[in-house]
Design a protein around this ligand. Sequence first.
Ligand SMILES: [Zn+2]
Length: 432
Amino acid sequence: MVTSHRVGPAAIYVEGESVARVGKGGLFPSETFNAKGLLVFPGVVDAHVHFALPVAGTRSADDFRSGSLAAAAGGVTTFIDFTVGHPAIPLPEALERRLKEARVSAVDYSFHVEMVGWESHRLEEIAAVGELGVRSFKFYLAYSESGRRTSLGVLRSAMEAIAKIGGVAMVHAEADELVDPKGGPFPWARPAVSEEVAIASVGILARETRCPTYIAHISSGQGLAALLAARRAKAPLMGETCPHYLLLDERVYSRPDGHLFSVTPPLRTPVDQKALWRALARRELQAVATDHCPFTRAQKDPYREEPQKLPSGLPGVETLFILLFSAGVGEGRLRPSDLAWHLAEGPARAFGLWPKKGGIQPGSDADLVFLDPKATWTIHAEDLHMATDFSPYEGFSVRGKVVGVLSRGEWVYRDGEILAKPGRGKFVAWQG
Ligand SMILES: [Zn+2]
């Protein structure tokens, strides 16, 4: 059994949907699963996915059904998606709409409330949505060209309100003035300095408002340095990075299929990757999440020569755990317990899901991932279940294989077969 603070042999007793006890013996279970030779991790919490996201005149390719089934196959037993923000839609209504869409999910889920066109006179909506069990709010500091940007003034008043309800501000940190949207989702148009400036500004507001603030998808060493500096100055900042920033770099953009790797923020350099891996080994971040937002070739190909129209986003929810295990633990960069932190406990704590999610302890949901650490295999898009026809990791050979996944005590994936039924997933409200 692997948790953030403990690695060792254990018997995990599951009763109904929860973990009843973790120990050595004494109970007489009706059914036993012998996990000898396997590592057992807490179910992965992917804190950042976009299923059925309307964007760039299209929709991300996975809906809640296909996306949550792929999640189950990859060991992700809880995902956090986003509402679709709109200036004319009150926040509670945006949440209700998305909750309805998510009912087909095969694993458990929660939401961040996307703040688009929100203005300070709507402060009471923040408390109202908190009453519905969602206390995380997402802001964009970039994307003024599509009207999604929030000014620092509006962000500041929102952060004060969020702090009052014990919530979290989640920020897409790219300084709008330092980005050239016409250049497309590439590093020459969206430089690392835009991330650094944005994180530094947000850090100051977090310090002043005392609002716990989570920086999404940190891509660069510069951005990371700004986060750590703000934290030293007592800003309550948390941080996330994604598998693509750890495993891919900007050289892919010169490939003939380079446009398929469009993602925002863009991929950076091997030096940035090194800085991010080091931060994970020191547990300086709260989460590795995917920002899963897949598009098919047919959705990306027409805009090869029109970078400003190219849909941004990569598939990831199904490969999150295995890529991090293989490149992290397999290659000696991380300990297994670090993985249990960044993929389960860290994000569960950041977004109010702990201790129900993210750990293996009495009372927590019986969400478990069984991994064969010795198995090796090669990633091919055609073997995966996400609704896209390419993988950014095509041909990567990986160490470790997910052989079984329990969600609330029920097998949702076992020996290569997805057993989860769409609709069995439940909304998880902010705990406490
Ligand atoms: Zn995102």
